[in-house]
Design a protein around this ligand. Structure first.
Ligand code: TXE
Length: 478
């Protein structure tokens, strides 16, 4: 079978660059696709094309923009099977999860097509005589979209779709580990009749191509998802270079609280999913399990047994529960944290060992006897590694859950309505779940966190408009 080739898309033209292979994390010798690496000049040309196309795109009738977004969404949905296989092969998530992600991406484009029929402004009573007061919205302008590897199609979709819907043009820079999903997205966007320059793709390094987007005076805003350190750099560059608007979605160290009154089966199911599924490579993963003393031992035993029973294997094999870790670097980082956890005095109760012949496959690893001040409990690992922290009561659980620099998602497993309501009120996170895993969100609801997890307006749902458009207050005298 020929290996798919992906080029950069600049002003409607396919632009070549230094060719690089993209490998399958489940079978490191296997080339999934080949991509053309963009350099700084290509990135500059993409920004110029987006700038030139923006006024015309913003003036297109909403009906045209809707039709194009709807066609993009439908094209993605018509290709769920092949896009999911490609995504699973390049990122390593299970085929079933990849199918869910592709479907989500398609639905997201269709959702924003229809969001354009919602009210787009507000009328106020003026305090003055013969004055009309209203708030309109205009597009932000040219948006640079910088995305990570863990959701190669869904994250670009939930940034690009609202950006285009609200009249912006886009330069997308995906993570270099996942160029094929972004390359296919570009083909679909171009094939849906999107005018040249409205959507541009530049696949290259953060240091060169990403940096060009951050420092360009022709970009009005950056939407970024990735590591917290990179996010802080994005923020500094955006302020220094034209005071660009920026939106940052970063890491998490998300707590799942399990109270004594919890249904043990529900608690184990939530912890297993939140901690280990997708190999823990979700920013909403639960990596701190905060468990009340009365249920603690039963919970640890049941979760360790369930974790040990998970089958780690090829993402295309329907018998696998977990795929590989995305890259050798990520595996090394995960194993480093397993060593750190042991050195800090936590106890491995599941997994914990890795042999060289296992390649990038890592067994889910669970620590007991963790304390919230350990690095194991404070730093984002982004792998199938979780730890249990014992607490006495709900008050302590809420304190420990909130004692983190992050604040993306937080969950509780309880049968007490009062405890659930208190947790929803007091948990310091942007997403709170009750009797559900901390991961797993819906496209029409706002997504984002607090603290080191987030900066700027929420993504997804109707809230996305706050980033991709600018309110303009108009007073009209008559
Ligand atoms: O992220 P990076 P990486 C976390 C997770 C993981 C760590 C590193 O802990 O182990 O981050 O992952 C681009 N200017 N998350 O290396 O480096 C980069 O090319 C402009 C959490 O993938 O932050 C990529 O497109 N852009 C996370 C994007 O930023 C730059 C998901 C993210 O890369 C740049 C992924 C620069 N100077 C990782 N440097 C989540 N919250 O979901 C890099 N980039």
């Amino acid at each position: 079978m020929p290996v798919p080739q992906h080029l950069n898309l600049v002003g409607g033209e396919w632009v070549d660059g230094e060719r690089r292979p993209n490998h399958n994390p489940a079978r490191p010798g296997e080339v999934v696709s080949e991509y053309a690496r963009a350099d700084r000049d290509t990135a500059r040309a993409a920004v110029a094309a987006a700038r030139a196309a923006q006024p015309g795109w913003a003036r297109r009738p909403v009906g045209d923009r809707m039709a194009i977004l709807d066609r993009i969404g439908s094209a993605i949905l018509s290709r769920v099977d092949d896009l999911a296989v490609l995504l699973a092969r390049e990122e390593g998530k299970l085929l079933a999860e990849a199918r869910g992600e592709v479907t989500r991406a398609g639905q997201t484009f269709r959702y924003y097509a229809h969001q354009l029929l919602q009210p787009q402004g507000e009328v106020y009573a003026s305090t003055r005589e013969n004055v009309h007061a209203e708030v309109r919205r205009r597009p932000l302008g040219v948006v640079g979209v910088i995305t990570p590897w863990n959701y190669p199609l869904a994250i670009p979709a939930w940034k690009v779709a609202p950006a285009l819907a609200y009249g912006n043009t886009v330069v997308l820079k995906p993570a270099e580990l996942v160029p094929a999903s972004a390359g296919e997205l570009a083909r679909i966007v171009a094939g849906a009749g999107t005018p040249p320059g409205v959507f541009n793709l530049v696949t290259g390094s953060g240091r060169e191509v990403g940096e060009e987007l951050l420092t360009s005076r022709d970009i009005d805003g950056i939407s970024f998802t990735g590591g917290t350190g990179t996010g802080a750099h994005v923020a500094r560059q955006c302020i220094a270079h034209g005071n660009k608007r920026f939106q940052l979605e970063m890491g998490g160290k998300n707590p799942l609280v399990v109270l004594d009154d919890a249904d043990l089966e529900v608690a184990v199911r939530c912890a297993l999913d939140g901690s280990f599924f997708s190999s823990g490579q979700r920013c909403t993963a639960s990596s701190r399990l905060i468990v009340q003393a009365g249920i603690h031992d039963r919970f640890v035993e049941a979760l360790a047994t369930a974790a040990d029973a998970l089958r780690v294997g090829d993402p295309l094999d329907p018998g696998s529960d977990l795929g590989p870790v995305v890259s050798p670097d990520q595996l090394a980082q995960n194993l480093d944290y397993v060593r750190i956890g042991r050195d800090e005095g936590a106890t491995v109760v599941a997994g914990g060992a890795h042999r060289a012949d296992e390649g990038q496959f890592m067994r889910p690893t669970l620590f007991a006897d963790a304390r919230n001040d350990m690095r194991l409990a404070r730093e984002e690992i982004f792998g199938p590694v979780s730890c249990v922290i014992r607490v006495d009561d709900l008050d302590e659980a809420i304190d420990v859950a909130g004692d983190t620099p992050y604040g993306l998602s937080a969950g509780i497993v309880t049968t007490s309505l009062a405890a659930a309501e208190r947790f929803k009120r007091d948990a310091r996170a942007g997403i709170v779940t009750v009797n559900l895993p901390t991961a797993g969100t819906e496209l029409h609801l706002p997504f984002g966190g607090t603290g080191a997890s987030n900066h700027g307006p929420r993504e997804q749902g109707g809230y996305a408009r706050d980033f991709y458009s600018v309110p303009v207050t108009c007073y009209t005298g008559w």
